[in-house]
Design a protein around this ligand. Structure first.
Ligand SMILES: *[C@@H]1O[C@H](CO)[C@@H](O)[C@H](O)[C@H]1NC(C)=O
Length: 317
């Protein structure tokens, strides 16, 4: 599905010369096919492991990219189903509660038919009652090939104030109220992202692993916790552990590092949501899957960055 493409083709006939500009800037909806992943749904099996159930669902990013003042006739918005259906699983994200970095790459991927992997699962914030409202979900969105990777915490929005005598339609699987157009209205309240989820670097060189976060209602002075772990061939170890908070004029932090030449910036973490990790003088043993976990307030989630080390040694330029 490519909503932007349709908009572009409308333009094509008349305004072909400004096409690139229009495609890049328009306020547009992005609609992704996702799976809702649920644990259980069967016997645990002999290994005691749980089974996962996948149910097709849809994630709709509303107005993903700021509208650059284009006339509404050119916009092809997401059209909700004509009759709301209790079995439909449509997560409608009202943006921009949070500015998602590089969000336009999702739009372009959608247009170029680049594959996007999208999975949604239930999430319970720290200290929250799993059955209380608002409900929370994790939306994990990855562009295939190297590209943007997002882990979104979605929070259901209170349903529109309906007339007191009409009860909202309830989603049959989740038992949550649907909006009048049959979608589950949610807002992004927290996101951990990486714009470069896979890097190749030479032995002896330095590398920065891209990871960042955004929070909708962050409380000034609140602790931000950052952990970077390395998983490799079944072994895991923590490479960095940081707790930082914004104080009057400076940023206070506690840092533990388990590898020489490893750093993250407490300042950038609390002020800009930049959780990137720098690894200097790379060794073969630095290869593996790095997990960047950011926690702030009641939310915590993670992002994965793959590091491949090449054997050609690093030549200082
Ligand atoms: C973090 O800061 C570095 C250095 O300024 C920058 O290159 C990088 O893009 C930033 N990453 C994020 C996720 O903000």
């Amino acid at each position: 599905m490519c909503y932007l493409f349709r908009k572009c083709s409308v333009m094509l006939a008349t305004l072909a010369y400004i096409l690139p500009l229009v495609c890049g800037l328009q306020g547009a909806d992005v609609v992704l096919s996702c799976s809702l992943i649920e644990e259980g749904g069967g016997m645990g099996g002999m290994m005691g492991g749980s089974m996962f159930k996948r149910t097709p669902s849809t994630l709709v990013f509303r107005d993903l990219v700021e509208n650059a003042g284009l006339s509404p006739e050119l916009v092809t918005p997401f059209n909700p189903p004509e009759t709301p259906n209790a079995d439909d699983l449509i997560f409608e994200l009202l943006l921009p509660s949070i500015q998602i970095p590089d969000a336009d790459s999702l739009l372009h991927a959608d247009c170029n038919e680049q594959n996007i992997v999208c999975e949604i699962s239930r999430y319970v914030p720290r200290g929250a009652d799993p059955d209380s409202l608002p409900a929370h979900f994790i939306g994990s969105v990855q562009l295939e090939g190297a590209g943007l990777s997002l882990t979104l915490v979605l929070q259901t929005s209170p349903s529109e104030t309906a007339e007191s005598d009409s009860r909202p339609l309830m989603q049959s699987k989740l038992n949550l109220p649907l909006s009048q157009s049959g979608t589950l209205l949610t807002a992004v309240v927290f996101v951990v992202f990486s714009r470069v989820p896979s890097v190749v670097a030479p032995i002896g060189g330095d590398v920065r692993l891209d990871c960042g976060f955004r929070q909708k209602d962050s409380i000034p002075g609140q602790d931000v916790a950052l952990e970077w772990r390395l998983q490799h061939r079944g072994n895991g170890r923590k490479v960095l552990d940081m707790k930082a908070r914004e104080m009057e004029a400076e940023v206070g932090s506690d840092v533990l590092v388990d590898r020489e030449g490893t750093s993250a910036e407490a300042d950038l973490l609390v002020r800009e949501g930049n959780a990137s990790l720098t690894l200097q003088r790379l060794k073969v043993s630095d290869e593996g899957t790095y997990i960047c976990t950011v926690g702030s307030g009641e939310f915590q989630t993670q992002q994965v960055v793959q590091v491949h080390i090449t054997r050609e040694s690093f030549v200082d330029p």
